[in-house]
Write a protein that binds this ligand. Sequence first.
Ligand SMILES: Cc1cc2nc3c(=O)[nH]c(=O)nc-3n(C[C@H](O)[C@H](O)[C@H](O)COP(=O)(O)OP(=O)(O)OC[C@H]3O[C@@H](n4cnc5c(N)ncnc54)[C@H](O)[C@@H]3O)c2cc1C
Length: 384
Amino acid sequence: MSKTCSVLVVGAGVTGLAAAALLAKCGHAGRLQITVIDAAPRPVFDPAADVALRVSAIALGSVGLLDAIGAWRQVLETRAGPYESMRVWDESIEPDSHGALQFDAAEFAVPQLGFIVENVLIQHALLAVLDKLDVELRFNTPVDRFDADLVIGADGARSFVREHYGIEAREFPYGQTAVVTHLRPEQPHRRAALQRFTQQGPLGLLPLADGRVSAVWSVADKLAARAQEASDTELGEMLTEASDFALGRLEVAGPRGAFPLCARHAAHYVMPGLALIGDAAHAVHPLAGQGANLGLQDAAQLAEVVDAALGAGEFPGDRRVLRRYERARKGENATMLHFMTGLNRLFATDSALVRELRVHGMRLFNHSGPIRSHAVRVALGVGR
Ligand SMILES: Cc1cc2nc3c(=O)[nH]c(=O)nc-3n(C[C@H](O)[C@H](O)[C@H](O)COP(=O)(O)OP(=O)(O)OC[C@H]3O[C@@H](n4cnc5c(N)ncnc54)[C@H](O)[C@@H]3O)c2cc1C
């Protein structure tokens, strides 16, 4: 059968690779000629090396998607740290008090809420799948031509593709930078993902399979710069303080990095012959660990729309077709983006009244039955 539609995926991050694999495995894949290009070298995963700095909390919905692609088994067999509970609390209360939000896998009848996985391991597993499929992969290749029937812009938050097509992105700068490192806690993490909100910003502690935790501390740029310059001992003390000793003393035990934070949302995701997915379309605050999960859902939705269009004899690059993808994803991504931005602001305020409302609100939420369980199902990516 002759190929009827050329697809160029720009960006071999988790989102772009997942989109390429889903398209290459869809019912009408025989009609697609798929190329993936990335400006960077092919990512290399070394199982003998230390856990990489960049890890993501992968929700159950994304696990299902990676499993359907055929990439999850390799991730799981290599190294993935399950998390079985989640605890979120405000600095004005104790982590184990009634006011803290607490979710356990058991109450949702699942063995775990998700997994903490290195981004590079997910890319590695997706590439292993793609190597066996009819997809051309080109690394060390910055995009310079857009001559495909369908271009998929998956080139991250500062998307060149988005700019090239003249699509504006609204920016919501946080004035915060995420300081990221691995820590060895004095007390076992018991497979719990922790998030403490302080006026300085949220501190997330994600449990790694080897007993360490990955810290994501989103604070004002100035404080982040101080944290970057601090010695390991000083940084350990800063993070111990910020965590309020929830896991006892924290010792820096890994590399560190800093990621300036800015929420961005593309004015539209599609144009004739173009679809933006992942961070190229929307970048959200890392406080709820949703960015990669949203990108994977974009990839799945776009692949579904393209497959259905081919089945119906439509041209996948038509704006009318691509709008189906945009309609399905843009509202949901906007909700998450604004919710994260609002939450970050709500917790950063030092008004005593707002603080009281916040703690009271969390307590109410804890007892809200269906609302609470709906919110958790959305966070797990297992239904709305
Ligand atoms: C501190 C921090 C913690 C986070 N934690 C979580 C978490 O726990 N859970 C979660 O779900 N998300 C998390 N995220 C968000 C998540 O990392 C991103 O949403 C996700 O990596 C975006 O993937 P992507 O494939 O869309 O883009 P990217 O990963 O940015 O990939 C873009 C790719 O495009 C390539 N590229 C760029 N420009 C060009 C060009 N001109 N030509 C060709 N190629 C190009 C790049 O080389 C890159 O490979 C976190 C983010 C941060 C900053």
